[in-house]
Design a protein around this ligand. Structure first.
Ligand code: ADP
Ligand code: ZN
Ligand code: ZN
Length: 731
């Protein structure tokens, strides 16, 4: 009888390898359990994949695994299988993928720490003691009464809802031995008195069609114009899944922006949900993950990585704003959360629902191929339809901080009528170009092929790619000329200009520089919610998901550069942004307006934005993509390399290309490159790319499967690093 068993482990390192160690015979750990493992000269955390009584390696050289961290596996069999699928489909190292599926808190040596919730209960205080509080300490009295009524006790969140300063009052009551806290056994039951609006006929019809197909895997795409009540349909479907005893994952692109959604979910489902997004600490995210896993909450509301929440009874996945680029993870492990979610739903044989007013071309074409069920919502349940877009031709106009005189007129008109104005400008900072008037010197980043943006409030030049900053020079570094000028408009300059022009109107800016915390964002959004006239300026952050009734004018200030972008995705992205931004307007009881200011009103794309629906434009974009055989009619795989020297990066890709070219069927795939990336130098490294493009998915998979084992041997190093990106978003 052998005294040891062999175990293979995945470790989160960028190597396509698994590692064998020995474990005690008596150790009956299951796959998905974490151990500390001696590795190189240190210790790493590994995830057990399988055990056996024999090893193909020389057993004398196999090291013993160290401490076992978990009693029970931290990853379920289903999540292990999903991770294996991801590693195989996206051709990423299994160890890295598996650890990506774990909450950050568990990726190291932290032990599991069940999230428990404190609830406060009334000790056997006599009724008189409490009654006596009514006049002397009304706050304490209010809290006691609420706890009495709740019966099972109240948790911190519920107490906070009663009184934001609950802490003080509760501490005083604890001292008086009126209250005590205990660990809640189960989540305090939902306190829900929500009003569910009566659905419109259109919503009702969609709901009933989807409800009829909830018992098995299917992808449903809800394509509904902005404000048509898609979220309302999602909430109903969640309700019916919860009633059937299932749990639900609801993903949104950016949770910081969706305080409104969180409130809506809370109104309908009480505290039955957990939230996971990147502004939370690792521990908070772990606790959310854990509560969902234990079934303490039925709903996981999260961003991209919320998809990896595991539970026993998942019954529905919702991907809101499915077209949004932030579902793609572009660094580290490369994957698309929407596509992984679809795979997950298929593996569990459950439905998945995608929603958008501007569906991705991928999803539209999947509907045409009858891979997805398609539903439309064409009307807003509120009074007014989304505004049609109008172009403001500024070819001959003088602009002040990016705005034309006619735009000022429009803004003033809406403010006078007590509307709110939203101005979308996707450029942070004060000005994107800083130049010497005399010699043409430009402020360039030392580490990237990029300009430094002027940030006036801090009097610095900043690289938006690597974070490099320097002070704004007073004289030209090249010719000592004293006149350094800036060109172009960023949100900071627009805000300053509008503040000066309209001193009596609040001007709110929402972008990465102005929003330092979730609270800062919340306070600005609350100001919008109040409905008083104001001007909201923002980048991409304001284009998504907001529902504010008083916005009556949406402005897209400067998107002309998208017309000349090198990216084949640029038109799709522009059209989506324009429809999304326009759709923020006119959601209340007033008709909205939407304006796009442009120097290229004759451009065909600009013309179609005015005269066609998103659906029509998407159709013509799809026709273009089909004629040149680009995604979604083709698959793209990108190999990328970066090095301190461009030649080395290109050489690594040449090696990869020559391996690829030995594969059968290589001739059926177009291979473009190796060549320098569009922005060749970034963060001090030179970057190159090799692109595989083909309409023949099978041929591509076959080439990759034949050659990946050899390509995977090409180790990355600090000198030359390489990565592979399957279904790359851009080329
Ligand atoms: P979408 O998700 O399509 O943008 P929402 O579900 O957020 O749309 O709905 C837009 C607005 O219309 C919200 O303020 C919502 O409360 C309201 N709304 C949605 N459905 C109804 C309905 N059936 N009756 C009344 N108001 C509704
Ligand atoms: Zn100069
Ligand atoms: Zn830089």
């Amino acid at each position: 009888m052998p005294s040891i068993r062999f175990a293979s482990f995945a470790i989160a390192i960028p190597l396509y390898k698994i590692f064998d160690y020995s474990i005690d015979v008596a150790d009956r750990a299951e796959a998905g359990t974490r151990y500390r493992l001696p590795f190189a000269n240190g210790v790493k955390t590994g995830l057990l994949l399988s055990t056996s009584d024999a090893s193909e390696h020389d057993s004398a050289r196999i090291k013993a695994a160290g401490q076992r961290l978990d009693q029970e596996p931290v990853l379920s069999g289903h999540m292990l299988a999903l991770a294996r699928w991801m590693a195989d489909y996206y051709l990423q190292p299994l160890g890295e993928v598996l650890f990506q599926c774990l909450p950050g808190y568990l990726r190291g040596a932290n032990k599991e720490k069940p999230a428990r919730l404190k609830v406060w209960r009334i000790l056997d205080a006599d009724a008189d003691t409490i009654a006596a509080m009514e006049s002397r300490s009304p706050r304490q009295y209010e809290i006691c009464r609420a706890i009495e009524q709740a019966g099972a006790g109240l948790n911190a969140l519920q107490l906070k809802a009663i009184n934001p300063n609950w802490h003080q009052a509760v501490r005083a009551l604890e001292k008086k031995a009126v209250l005590e806290w205990v660990w809640a056994e189960k989540e305090a039951g939902p306190v829900v008195h929500a009003q569910w609006p009566v659905l419109s006929d259109e919503q009702d019809l969609v709901l009933s069609k989807i409800e009829a197909r909830l018992d098995c895997f299917a992808v449903h795409l809800l394509d509904g114009i902005t404000g048509s009540g898609k979220t309302e349909v999602f909430l109903r479907l969640m309700q019916s899944r919860l009633a059937a005893g299932f749990q639900v994952i609801y993903l949104v692109p950016e949770i910081g922006l969706t305080n409104q959604l969180i409130e809506r979910v809370r109104q309908r489902f009480g505290e039955q949900f957990a939230i996971s997004h990147s502004a939370l600490t690792d521990l908070q995210r772990y606790q959310a993950w854990d509560r969902f896993q234990r079934g303490q909450v039925a709903i996981m509301l999260g961003t991209r990585s919320g998809l990896f929440s595991q539970c026993d009874r998942l019954g529905l996945i919702i991907i809101d704003e499915e077209h949004d680029h932030s579902y793609r993870q572009d660094d580290g492990i490369r994957y698309h959360a929407r596509d992984v979610a679809i795979k997950r739903a298929q593996m569990l044989d459950i439905p998945i629902l995608l929603g958008s007013a501007t569906p991705s071309l991928e999803s539209i074409s999947n509907c045409e191929r009858e891979h997805y069920f398609l539903y439309h919502l064409d009307h807003r349940p509120t009074r007014f339809a989304p505004p049609g877009l109008r172009l403001l031709d500024v070819r001959d106009s003088k602009l002040e901080y990016g705005c034309s005189a006619r735009l000022f007129d429009k803004i003033e008109q809406h403010i006078q009528q007590r509307g709110q104005v939203l101005i979308y400008l996707n450029r942070r900072g004060f000005a994107p170009v800083v130049m010497c008037h005399q010699c043409g010197w430009q402020s360039l980043c030392q580490h990237c092929d990029a300009r430094l943006t002027l940030h006036q409030s801090v009097q610095r030049l900043l690289c938006h790619h690597c974070g490099f900053t320097q002070t704004l020079p007073r004289i030209c570094p090249d010719c000592d000329h004293g006149e350094i000028k800036h060109y172009g408009i960023g949100t900071e300059q627009l805000e300053q200009g509008l503040r000066e022009r309209y001193p009596d109107i609040p001007v709110l800016r929402i972008d990465r520089d102005s929003i330092s915390s979730p609270e800062a964002l919340k306070s600005r959004l609350q100001q919008l919610q109040r409905g008083d006239p104001c001007i909201l300026i923002g980048t991409q952050m304001i284009a998504k998901g907001h529902d504010y009734a008083s916005i009556t004018l949406s402005v897209i200030l400067d998107s002309d550069q998208a017309l000349f972008s090198a990216s084949y995705r640029a038109s799709e992205r522009l059209v989506q942004t324009v429809f999304q931004v326009a759709g923020r307007s006119g959601r209340g009881d007033r008709q909205g307006e939407a304006i796009l200011q442009t120097r290229f009103p004759q451009q065909p794309l600009m013309q179609s934005l005015v005269s066609q629906s998103y659906r029509e434009i998407a159709q013509s974009l799809l026709r273009e993509r089909r004629s040149v055989v680009f995604p979604p009619y083709a698959r793209v795989v990108m190999f990328r390399a970066d090095a301190v020297d461009l030649k080395q990066a290109l050489a690594k890709l040449e090696d990869i290309k020559s391996l690829l070219s030995t594969a059968g069927r290589f001739g059926e795939v177009s291979c473009i490159g190796p060549m320098p990336a569009l922005m060749t130098r970034r963060i001090g490294r030179y970057r190159a790319q090799l692109c595989l493009l083909t309409g023949n998915h099978r041929a591509l998979r076959s080439v990759l499967h034949q050659t990946m084992p050899q390509i995977q041997q090409l180790a990355s190093s600090a000198r030359v690093n390489w990565t592979i990106d399957v279904d790359a978003y851009d080329m």
